[in-house]
Design a binder for this molecule. Structure first.
Ligand SMILES: C[S@@+](CC[C@H](N)C(=O)[O-])C[C@H]1O[C@@H](n2cnc3c(N)ncnc32)[C@H](O)[C@@H]1O
Length: 210
């Protein structure tokens, strides 16, 4: 008998990826590194987006577009995502599938570094929902730049919280693992927010601004 992981099992109880998500995944697997959000992470992102119903959302590190597409589809009419990706080739794949899914008009993509993108973001209107999936060494930096822009009651999702379990290995001193460990500890002790880390994909931290 084939054993499913808990994540595969719960994902099997929900809707499967539609043809656009399937084709996007196939093109990503064929042409880019293994960085894509999992189907279950996409389902969680869509669910949180439905709950928050953002008018204004931010997505950092869109890669080939999977989670941003899940967010865009789940947004209320009139909602917009300001998105950023440093790699032009992957950004072009994302834009192709957003167009095919009919959500391109909900997403404004800037190709460039997240740091400059965040510094240029106007604080008004406030951000309702933010997704952080860019370079892990800067998780804390992006969190600190985004938090003041988030409205009270707004939600931030930050990916890559577990680094394949390496965050638990105190002897692992890889730069990104150390940075994610410090980020996890900082957020867990931050009384400006409620937070929880969800063991889906490589771990997703969900932050609710008080
Ligand atoms: C793990 S992938 C994100 C996966 C994505 N959330 C998805 O839905 O599949 C991380 C992405 O962040 C991008 N990235 C890395 N450093 C960045 C930076 N400084 N600014 C913007 N994007 C960055 C990478 O090019 C890559 O596409």
């Amino acid at each position: 008998m084939r054993m499913l992981s808990a994540e595969q099992y719960v994902a099997s109880l929900t809707e499967p990826p539609d043809p656009v998500l399937r084709d996007l995944t196939a093109e990503t697997v064929a042409t880019a590194p293994n960085l894509q959000s999992t189907h279950y992470e996409g389902l969680m992102t869509a669910m949180l987006t439905r709950v928050v119903a953002p008018r204004r959302a931010v997505a950092l590190g869109t890669f080939t577009g999977y989670s941003t597409l899940c967010m865009a589809r789940a947004m209320p009419p009139g909602g917009r995502i300001l998105a950023c990706e440093i790699n032009a080739e992957w950004a072009a794949v994302a834009e192709k599938y957003w167009a095919r899914a009919g959500v391109a008009d909900r997403i404004e993509l800037r190709v460039g570094p997240a740091d400059a993108f965040l510094r240029d973001l106007p604080g008004d209107p406030p951000v309702d929902l933010a997704y952080v999936g860019a370079d892990k060494v800067n998780h804390l930096r992006y969190y600190e730049l985004l938090l003041p822009l988030l409205r009270p009651g707004g939600v931030m999702m930050i990916g890559d919280a577990l680094r394949g379990g390496l965050v638990l290995d105190q002897e692992c001193l890889d730069e990104d693992v150390v940075a994610v460990r410090e980020f996890n500890t900082a957020v867990a002790g931050d009384d400006r927010v409620h937070s929880i880390t969800y063991p889906a994909g490589d771990g997703v931290t969900i932050v609710y601004k008080r």
